[in-house]
Design a protein around this ligand. Sequence first.
Ligand SMILES: [Zn+2]
Length: 232
Amino acid sequence: MEIAPNVHQIEGIPPVSNAYLIVGEDGLLLVDTGIAWAARGVLRYIRRLGFDPSAVKAIFITHGDGDHIGGLHAIARETGASVVAHRAEVPLVEGRDVRRPTAPSSADRLMAPLVRLVMPSKPVAVSHPVGDGDSAFGLTVIHAPGHSPGSACYLLPAQKVLFAGDALTHWGGHLALPMKAYTTDMAEAVRSIQRLAQHDFEVCCFGHGPAITSDARAAIADFAARLQESRL
Ligand SMILES: [Zn+2]
């Protein structure tokens, strides 16, 4: 489904998390890959648009949770694409670190092995470790720590599209903080949302929930202001 000119939310993958495809003049870019079982659907979507998987030049990873990098191993192998992630997230993507629930309830602690079972991910080398303000393949990197130390958002400046990952979520028509049990530092997540609102974008694509396709910056600025008030 094309949600902005040349920006697709990939359909036909398990509805656990979102993955996006940008159709550029020099090739395709992916943002996140969904869970492991999404890989086939992502590749099928690319072929359905009339492209060979080798047209994918880079895969941008917003953060190293299994619901975002599960499909990465298979898609990177099939496409030969570069892999872009914030340098603080590289240990997770490369399998040298594991996500654990933070401040977990006993239920979260019990669920953690199950979450890993449902959302497996194989280690993949990050060819392009990036930092805040960097530009890679035409996207601008915005470091948005909180949900995880190396969470990153990516801005497509020409089309004013922001890919927010899990810096915040969009459920049932409402913006919300990332899932508490899997957020490393919620105060930092709030500061990241406030900084995001200072960037120039019109459309916002989330890791979870539908995209906001107009006036997204204003919606996020409003959410950031409400967070600020509730924390004073
Ligand atoms: Zn997620």
